[in-house]
Design a protein around this ligand. Sequence first.
Ligand code: FES
Length: 75
Amino acid sequence: MYVCVCNAVSSSRLKQALNEGKLTVGELRQHFGFESCCGKCTSCMRSLINEHIQSTANNTSGDLPCKVTKQSFSC
Ligand code: FES
């Protein structure tokens, strides 16, 4: 499934970028090297960023990224 049709960014590529620490729309756009065309993907990217942050914060396996804690973000 494409998150950004204008720039052919799939959800799997976006999730990989999130796992690499790209946690803002601007960082994702820079990572994929595109400028907004129609902008229809912006809200979807924000939702996926929020879902990723939530799932990372809820990870209680003990292998959390160093900057993320269950209660807050320290960056
Ligand atoms: S769908 Fe991403 S800029 Fe158009």
